[in-house]
Design a protein around this ligand. Sequence first.
Ligand code: PEP
Length: 249
Amino acid sequence: MRKKFVAGNWKMHGSLPGNAELLRGVRAGVAGLSIDIAVCVPYPYLAQTGEALKGSNVAWGAQDVSEHAQGAYTGEVSAAMLVEFGCQYAIVGHSERRTYYGDTDAVVAAKCEAALKAGLLPILCVGETLDERERNVTAAVVTRQLDAFIARCGVAALANSVIAYEPVWAIGTGRTASPEQAQEVHALIRARVARESAAVAAGLRILYGGSMKPGNAKELMAQPDIDGGLIGGAALVAADFVAICAAAQ
Ligand code: PEP
């Protein structure tokens, strides 16, 4: 039985006073829940987040990580630095990174490898655009994104990773994949991994992301291959994030 996992992706939102309130609300609201929970915050807020969540049942992480361990890479942040700030997770390959910053499958796989080497769990995001769904190439796209990870890191590395299926057309649009649409892709991901290792596939947590809200979370997470959620907009409202975590319980 896989433990459910709900992770928040704050994106480039927040302020020190606003975060303090949000973190307080999340911490108090999810106390006692036995699922895994994390918030992934902008780099400058990692110290604040660590302080606010210390000793709680909420872990924290970053929204990206460099593929390099160290060196002359102005503006980059290494996995080891994130570990110093108590991060357990790094989101890697979010569609916004792929679209706006040119993160290719190969770069995403290299970032995952760097995260894993430093002891971070990558949350590898995969998912098709609306155009790709309409052209019926969802399976091919998601498999290609997943295979880049497997080729670089090996299937065993998925035991220390999380996958988030995020259809690009559902991110921040209010348009959610139906539970059946999401389940179909989640099952496909698990089957692809099972071809390499049945044991890794059985333990792999595959989150759904894309306009998950308190009102649709339970139904989505009731699907056999949906092991939790990666939450954008609703992670910015403590009551909503808490309600999604409660629905996962
Ligand atoms: C995301 O950006 O990862 C996401 C799922 O956003 P939203 O929940 O707002 O669709």
